[in-house]
Design a protein around this ligand. Structure first.
Ligand SMILES: C[S@@+](CC[C@H](N)C(=O)[O-])C[C@H]1O[C@@H](n2cnc3c(N)ncnc32)[C@H](O)[C@@H]1O
Length: 270
């Protein structure tokens, strides 16, 4: 990770990651399960928002979840304890310098991490190297350019562009979702399949209005207000109008759309 991790590690950001994970469990995880006895490396587990779901859905698999942030690991470990799960061990490590032998995992899982890395292709090459032949890697990423909504509002798009720009300046890429296929196809993987996972939200789905539009996406944009203004990317009134417009999409006649991308590939060489 270069520069500053754009979302930060504040408690409110940790809650946001959990709201995101809770709301999106079926959309993102319904087709992810690991066999009994298999070993799974979760790279960039953060505060464990996906870890709880993974470990619960595959109770007989053994997870090793790592992150570069010691504080996040500690929080993730607390959450796994509270969930009564015993099939996860944690470690602090940089994805680009992982302390594991080649071909030592059956599966790798990566969610919302490549978007923060300056060298996502290198990270995928390293992670693929840790897979045994025939093992799988699953990667889930968002793409902020996939955001559209009703009522349409140029200020809201300007506020979103601030997030994309700040993430780029921190060395990441908030538009990485659309690049998942070429990134994975360039790794030592066979049968790479990437599919869009679209979140469609209208007021007939109040749990998504609250959990996704309000507490996940809009909260993320609100979180970059100060750095965006400090960087001179936008004037405060325009940013605030953009955030109001995002909240406006949560009203009775509002609609919000966002697309995640999920890719799976198999390590060559069986
Ligand atoms: C947006 S969070 C996603 C966390 C979790 N996967 C989830 O879906 O909730 C990105 C995480 O990647 C971690 N990260 C960023 N760069 C990393 C690196 N080089 N090595 C390990 N972890 C990294 C950050 O510390 C952060 O916890």
């Amino acid at each position: 990770m270069t520069g500053t991790y754009v979302h930060g590690y504040r408690p409110r950001e940790n809650e946001r990651l959990h709201d995101q994970a809770g709301t999106l469990v079926d959309l993102l995880h319904s087709d992810t399960a690991y066999p009994a006895g298999s070993t799974v490396l979760e790279a960039g587990c953060g505060v464990g928002a996906q870890t709880v779901t993974l470990a619960r859905r595959s109770p007989q698999a053994r997870f090793t979840s790592v992150d570069i942030s010691a504080d996040s690991i500690a929080e993730a470990a607390r959450r796994i304890d509270r969930a009564g799960l015993a099939n996860v061990e944690f470690g602090q490590a940089d994805i680009l310098a992982l302390p594991y032998d080649a071909e030592s995992f059956d599966h790798v899982f990566v969610c919302f991490v490549l978007e923060h890395l300056a060298r996502p292709a290198d990270a995928l090459a390293i992670l693929t190297g840790l897979l045994r032949p025939g093992g799988t890697i699953t990667v889930i990423e968002g793409d902020h350019g996939s955001t559209y909504f009703h009522p349409h509002d140029p200020d809201a798009h300007a506020a979103i562009r601030c997030q994309i720009e700040l993430q780029a300046r921190a060395g990441g890429d908030a538009l990485v979702g659309r690049q998942l296929y070429p990134l994975m196809a360039a790794a030592d993987l066979d049968g790479v399949q990437v599919g869009p996972r679209m979140v469609y939200v209208d007021s007939s789905r109040p749990e998504l209005v609250d959990g996704f539009t309000r507490k996940t996406f809009t909260a993320m944009i609100e979180g970059v207000r100060d750095p965006a203004i400090a960087a001179g990317l936008i004037e405060p009134p325009r940013f605030d109008a953009g955030v109001r417009a995002l909240h406006r999409t949560t009203e009775e006649d509002g609609v919000f759309c966002y697309t995640f991308f999920k890719g799976v590939g198999e390590k060559r060489g069986t």
